[in-house]
Design a protein around this ligand. Sequence first.
Ligand code: GTP
Ligand code: MG
Length: 257
Amino acid sequence: MCGICGCGEGHSHDHEHEHSHEHGPAHSHAPGLNPKRMVQIEQDILAKNNRYAATNRHYFEERGILALNLVSSPGSGKTTLLTETIARLKEEVAITVIEGDQQTARDAERIRATGVPALQINTGKGCHLDAHRVGHALESLQPKHQSVLFIENVGNLVCPSAFDLGEAHKVVILSVTEGEDKPLKYPDMFHAADLMILNKTDLLPYLDFDSEACIQFAKQVNPRIKVLSLSAKTGEGMEQWLRWLKAELELQRIAYA
Ligand SMILES: Nc1nc2c(ncn2[C@@H]2O[C@H](COP(=O)(O)OP(=O)(O)OP(=O)(O)O)[C@@H](O)[C@H]2O)c(=O)[nH]1
Ligand SMILES: [Mg+2]
């Protein structure tokens, strides 16, 4: 069981189509363990994860690969953003994708339909990807030098914030249907991210979502966060995101050269 969030990650599965056969509560908090012991377990888990993350980061830097960790609550539009991004970028840049979900390979199948290699990790009871599993996925995927690797994390605004995967940036996607107060309610995630994408802006005319307040809340939590607004569905605003991506890839390539 993951000592950070009690999510059962130690028993989860790394294989496509494999289903978890665990039973019992997904968030049992190890009754009987004293708080000091829990803190020690948390520190050990994060320290171990950080060692794997450092190895992944070294792997990316050695190859000039731009790795981005996409985090959000379920359904904010991560996979849609990826398929639309791939459609616009794949002729110029080599792309691979790691998909994290508790169950199913649906998202990896959506990515593969665009012609880009994707590997699905099913986390079972686990509510986030960790650096060790990402390292294994790299062995199978073998992303090209100077390419972009997107890692779509498990939909969850809490646990993925604590786990470094070795990425250059965490990118948090917030859809306008979720309410502008999310950066204040889930500050760890917005603090950990370098970029916030406000998605589904095509729906703004039908909602009372206050974009300015949302951006202000995000900056309150993380003054250095960059913000882009777009609609993955209509394509409005996609060009700023593509510009940001290409600029980041260039930086990674310069460091590699
Ligand atoms: N109106 C609108 N709908 C969108 C947009 N982007 C995604 N959607 C819809 O939102 C729903 C969820 O999209 P996904 O791309 O599956 O979201 P996700 O974040 O990958 O979901 P999980 O992987 O389950 O966490 C789908 O019905 C999409 O068609 C958008 O820009 N505008
Ligand atoms: Mg998805």
